[in-house]
Design a protein around this ligand. Sequence first.
Ligand SMILES: C[S@@+](CC[C@H](N)C(=O)[O-])C[C@H]1O[C@@H](n2cnc3c(N)ncnc32)[C@H](O)[C@@H]1O
Length: 277
Amino acid sequence: MNLLDIFQRDLEPQAWVEEHKIPWSELEFSRRALREHLSQEHDAASRRMSLIKKHVDWIHNDVLDGKPARILDLACGPGLYTARLTKLGHASLGIDISPASIEYALNHAPENCTYRLGDIRTIGYHSRYDLVMLIFGAFNIFKVEEAKIILEKAHAALKPGGKLLLEVNRFDAVYDTGNYPATWYSAKNDLFADEPHLCLMDSYWDDALSVAIERYFIVNPVTGAVTLYTDCMQAYEDDAYENLLKDAGFNSIQDYPSLDGEEDIQQAELKVLKARR
Ligand SMILES: C[S@@+](CC[C@H](N)C(=O)[O-])C[C@H]1O[C@@H](n2cnc3c(N)ncnc32)[C@H](O)[C@@H]1O
């Protein structure tokens, strides 16, 4: 791609087009993503450890009542939650599609904590877990049909009475993402490239599908070469989340403002749903 392609871009992009999708499973991309997960300068890919510690305490004390549990963490990233939870006496398995994150997680895993590289839409989850979690809004990166499959698999992976912890994006936050004005920045390196680059971003809201589409045009300032990454986020109203959970067989659905049970104005775009098998 080149600058002309940006100029001639489709002003109404299609949702869920595979071609330029964020390549979570690519080795080089996943190495750059890992650097962002581990950064203590922002809460972008994973949250900073101080916040993760608070979340883990809430999960341990309030969700699991401080009792040893078997935990399955879907889209676990580099295992920052699972490693801490395991150190509190739980046994954890994390699954993620990012090779660099899984390599890091395995290298830092305490006893009773393990990881598998895989796509949570298709990989087998095993069964008899006390808790299945899918956090930090990752649920919204999947199409509705895929999200339904993930919930059904999560339900089947739980013991009767086991709990699901789902941290999702609020409808308005996804809507705002899709309606954000075009913007740009320059960076020495980040998620998208190891070399200095410009990132030109534009957003689109697909009203029929309730999907926000973000496009990142990464421009090499020396050669003018452009690489496009596209990210889609599915929006759901509160009752749609509840219906999805009920359709997958969950009950006792409860809402929390954050993963420590309290309002968090820094992460107001997210909310937490707890449900039981
Ligand atoms: C926002 S990060 C959250 C990571 C982790 N849960 C945390 O909070 O630190 C989203 C994660 O989803 C993973 N991911 C994206 N698509 C996936 C898929 N189809 N299967 C498994 N993991 C996936 C990415 O590799 C990334 O680690």
